[in-house]
Design a protein around this ligand. Structure first.
Ligand SMILES: CC(C)(COP(=O)(O)OP(=O)(O)OC[C@H]1O[C@@H](n2cnc3c(N)ncnc32)[C@H](O)[C@@H]1OP(=O)(O)O)[C@@H](O)C(=O)NCCC(=O)NCCS
Length: 181
C-alpha cells in the first residue's frame, strides 16, 4: 500500500477526455463497457474522480436507479496506480455520496468481486437486479453470455429488505430479443 495522499472530487466537463481515455483503454481489453463523449457529457454529474496532485488517476460513477438504490459503474484506476489504495479511496467517496442521498443499497456488475467484497459488497443472484438489463446490457457485446457478477451493498443494515420493496426488484421482466446488428 502506498503512502500517497490522494484527493477526490466530483468530475467537471474538462475531465471528460482523461476519463474516456481511462475507461476505453480497459474497454479495449473487454474489462469494461466502452463510453462515448456524448454519454460522459450526459452522465458527468455521476462521476467522482481521484487525483494524484493534478493528475486524474481513477474514476467511479454513482448512477441512480430510484430513491433508494444506485449502481456503481465505470470504476477504473489507472494501471500505474493499481494496488495503491486508490480504488478504496474512490469507493469510500462513492459511499459518502450515497449516504448523503440517503440511499439504502448500492449494486454493481463486475469481474472483480474480490475487490467489491473488500468494499463490503455481497454477491447476489443477477436476477435480483433485472432493470440493469434494460439499460447498459442491451448494447453490450456480451449481452447473450454475460459473465459479470452482481454484487450488492446494503448501506442501512437496519432496513435489510428495503431493496425488495423497490420496483428494481422485479424478476418477471422479460427481455426483448436482440436485434443482431
Ligand atoms: C478494481 C480496481 C478499481 C481496484 O483499484 P485499486 O486501486 O487497485 O484497489 P486498492 O489498491 O484500493 O485495493 C483495495 C483492496 O482491494 C483489494 N483488491 C484490489 N483489486 C482486487 C482484485 N482484483 N481482486 C481482489 N481484491 C482486490 C486490494 O488487495 C486491497 O485490499 P486490502 O485493503 O485488504 O489491502 C482496479 O484494479 C481497476 O481499475 N481495475 C480495472 C477496471 C475494473 O475492473 N473495474 C471494475 C469495473 S466493475
Amino acid at each position: 500500500m502506498s503512502n500517497k495522499i490522494y484527493t477526490t472530487r466530483k468530475a467537471f466537463m474538462a475531465d471528460i477526455p482523461a476519463i474516456l481515455d481511462l475507461i476505453n483503454k480497459y474497454a479495449a481489453q473487454g474489462i469494461m463497457l466502452p463510453r462515448t463523449e456524448f454519454e460522459l457529457s450526459e452522465f458527468i454529474r455521476d462521476f467522482t474522480i481521484i487525483l494524484d496532485g493534478q493528475k486524474l488517476i481513477g474514476c467511479a460513477a454513482l448512477h441512480f436507479y430510484g430513491p433508494s438504490v444506485a449502481e456503481v459503474r465505470s470504476l477504473a484506476v489507472d494501471p500505474a496506480y493499481k494496488g495503491t489504495g486508490a480504488g478504496r479511496v474512490l469507493m469510500e467517496a462513492i459511499d459518502r455520496e450515497a449516504i448523503d442521498f440517503d440511499l439504502s443499497s448500492l449494486f454493481a456488475f463486475t469481474y472483480v468481486p474480490g475487490f467489491f467484497a473488500k468494499m463490503g459488497y455481497d454477491e447476489v443472484d443477477r436476477n435480483v437486479l433485472p432493470l440493469k438489463a434494460w439499460k447498459d446490457c442491451l448494447r453490450c457485446p456480451k449481452f447473450q453470455a454475460c459473465d459479470e457478477i452482481a454484487v450488492l451493498k446494503r448501506l442501512k443494515p437496519e432496513e435489510p429488505r428495503k431493496i425488495e420493496a423497490f420496483p428494481i426488484y422485479a424478476p418477471t421482466i422479460a427481455l426483448p430479443k436482440p436485434t443482431g446488428h
